[in-house]
Design a protein around this ligand. Structure first.
Ligand code: BYC
Length: 319
């Protein structure tokens, strides 16, 4: 402890702070923004939360592409609400990152300069309206599977943001599944569109859970700190087990000849994921990476005047 003075109580030293942090994690309690935390914990959280926020914002693009071409007013209203929800998720998450000392504009710059990652899944194009349904079913389904455990993440603001995000993701998944059910009750051509979309999105959905556990540099520390609650492979398996019966009910085939129930475990075995493709996509060379970033950059540049005006207004009122 450092020496107390008349007007300054003794500050606990680093070892005491670390011990308090360790006890908080061990007791499964929440770490809050004003609490002391190790620098690695803070940095790891900013890394994951920023990537998550960027994914939500970039994730608006593939579905947003269909807003003007939605087949009915009802579908347009549903899609508009969903895309708007994703913007909200991005905002909660950027706010959570700000509680750790990150600067929102700096995070956006890092995304645009290719120094921050975002989910691989949003680097694939949406070719037909069935893709909107499949994104709702498979992509939001994977998001729920991955994010429900994050509601128990050790960092308070992140965990609390996840509660609302997950509720909204459940609506997103249902709207996707309902859209696909409607198409499957339609014409042969519509059923073929759904199957084609499932064929293109199934494998990239499995990649959303990240690299295999033995090739995941962040998992061990992140799980020890209670940021992540389950490993990448554990959640991926849970997702496959959940999706197979849903595919059967829908009447589509998942594009994996090796997919089969293992009677000894009651879980589904599945084929080899193309990890080379995953690496290409997360290093910026997927089918739509350049387009996604170019559009995000244009949005930042075209709307800079709004931020300038709002800042000037806030400064005027503050003075
Ligand atoms: N895509 O050590 P690992 C949504 C990176 S939004 C790109 O296993 P970690 C939605 C990883 O970041 C969905 N990069 O990492 C939105 C790390 O890179 P760095 C987004 C990936 O963090 C709109 C490196 O690979 N969800 O659902 O322990 C519309 C090594 O990986 C990916 C979240 O962000 C990937 N798929 O585990 C609809 C959830 N996977 O930083 C839907 C929160 C890995 O070392 N995030 N990388 O350079 C997480 O749960 C974890 O961060 C991950 C990865 C499971 C994704």
């Amino acid at each position: 402890m450092s020496a107390p003075t008349l007007d300054r109580p003794a500050a606990p030293d680093e070892a005491a702070l670390q011990a308090h942090f360790d006890a908080t994690i061990a007791a499964d309690k929440r770490v809050e923004p004003r609490d002391w935390m190790p620098e690695g914990y803070r940095k790891g959280l900013i890394r994951q939360i920023a990537q998550h926020a960027h994914s939500e914002i970039i994730g608006m693009q593939p579905e947003g592409d269909w807003l003007l071409a939605a087949p009915s007013l009802r579908r347009k209203a549903i899609l508009l609400a969903k895309v708007q929800d994703e913007a909200g998720h991005g905002m909660y998450l950027y706010s959570a990152a700000e509680t750790l000392g990150a600067d929102r504009a700096d995070l956006t710059d890092k995304l645009i300069e290719g120094r921050h990652k975002y989910s691989s899944i949003f680097n694939y194009p949406t070719l037909t309206y069935a893709d909107v349904g499949v994104i709702g079913w498979l992509v939001d389904g994977a998001a729920i599977c991955n994010q429900v455990p994050l509601c128990r993440s050790s960092y308070g603001p992140y965990a609390r943001a996840m509660i609302r995000v997950c509720k909204e993701e459940s609506f997103h998944q249902r709207q996707g599944y309902e859209l696909l059910m409607t198409m499957m009750r339609g014409t042969d051509e519509q059923r073929a569109m759904v199957q084609d979309a499932v064929d293109r999105w199934w494998w990239p959905s499995l990649m959303m859970f990240g690299p295999p556990d033995d090739d995941s540099p962040n998992s061990a520390q992140s799980m020890a700190w209670g940021i992540k609650r389950h490993s990448n492979d554990e959640l991926r398996q849970r997702y496959v087990d959940m999706s197979v019966p849903q595919a059967e009910a829908l009447g589509v085939t998942l594009p994996d000849p090796e997919l089969r129930l293992d009677p000894s475990t009651g879980r589904y075995r599945f084929g080899q994921i193309d990890w080379d493709e995953f690496k290409r996509v997360i290093s910026g060379n997927g089918p739509a990476n350049a387009e996604r970033i170019a559009r995000r950059r244009a949005a930042r540049d075209d709307n800079a005047w709004v931020i300038e005006a709002a800042t000037a207004y806030a400064e005027k009122h503050a003075s």
